[in-house]
Design a binder for this molecule. Structure first.
Ligand code: NAD
Length: 237
């Protein structure tokens, strides 16, 4: 019997590894540096308070970069699964690029925010944003200049939509983690939650991650190979 036949509801967590073959550096690819910067210099509220120019310039460059790359076979395979899957499916991404949605994924949630919105800390409105923030533009809603920040969940801040993620996990039969190091919490803790609820767990990653031992099953290789193969299998099954 194919055990995949028992699966109706799926939660998928993706991380930077799913976008690596599109040409976006993963977080830890260069020995703990993100694009030559220490995390604490660019991805914390303290860094933003200390040196807003550096932080805004860093995210302006990342925002520009993601608009120059294309989704890869892993993003397309997950979008294909989203369209074809009759049960519940939630694609939770830690990624702040828009490659899942550009590939066509709909049941998608960005738990760490996105490069393509800006957040006004004066009026709390969020706006679609493709340009720069270093030049301190005015908020389109309240008109105050210099109060827009990247709509990114920095270290020490609360990820978005955790209630929806836990709700989906509570009703899932399968939890799949793709291209994530298992080092950033609370995302890294989802596999343990899943195991405690008796949900099947699968890791797809280039190599064994920090959390590999927490998964019932792991498959290793580049996302553009292992993800389409897994999607073919589960749709075929
Ligand atoms: P991470 O960099 O900590 O880990 C990436 C994981 O992907 C590693 O386990 C690595 O082995 C794996 N990997 C690398 N290349 C791969 C490939 N070709 N195929 C499959 N797996 C591959 O990233 P993370 O776990 O997502 O956590 C870092 C944080 O950094 C997240 O919060 C995320 O928001 C942010 N981030 C996002 C992006 C993006 O949006 N594309 C890029 C860098 C960092």
């Amino acid at each position: 019997m194919n055990v995949d036949q028992d699966i109706k509801n799926i939660v998928i967590l993706t991380g930077a590894g799913v976008s690596a073959e599109s040409g976006i550096d993963t977080f830890r690819s260069a020995g703990g540096l993100w694009e030559q910067h220490k995390v604490e210099d660019v991805a914390t509220p303290e860094a933003f308070a200390r040196d807003p120019d550096l932080v805004l310039r860093f995210y302006d460059m990342r925002r520009e970069r993601i608009q120059q790359v294309e989704p890869n076979a892993a993003h397309y395979a997950l979008a294909r699964l989203d369209v074809a899957w009759a049960g519940n499916l939630l694609l939770v991404t830690q990624n702040v690029d828009d490659l899942h949605e550009r590939a066509g994924a709909k049941r998608l949630l960005h738990m760490h925010g996105t490069h393509l919105t800006a957040w006004c800390i004066a009026c709390d409105e969020r706006h679609p944003w493709r340009g720069t923030l270093t030049d301190r533009p005015a908020c389109p809603a309240c008109g105050i200049a210099g109060q827009l920040r990247p709509d990114i969940v920095w270290f020490g801040e609360m990820p978005y939509r955790m209630d929806e993620i836990y709700h989906a996990l509570n009703h899932a039969d399968l939890f799949v983690s793709i291209g994530t190091s298992g080092a950033v919490y609370p995302a890294a803790g989802l596999v343990r939650e899943a195991r405690q609820k008796g949900i099947r767990t699968l890791e797809l990653n280039l190599e064994p991650s920090h959390g590999t031992s927490s998964f019932a099953e792991s498959r290793h290789g580049p996302a553009t190979q292992v993800v389409p193969a897994w999607v073919d299998g589960i749709l075929g099954g």
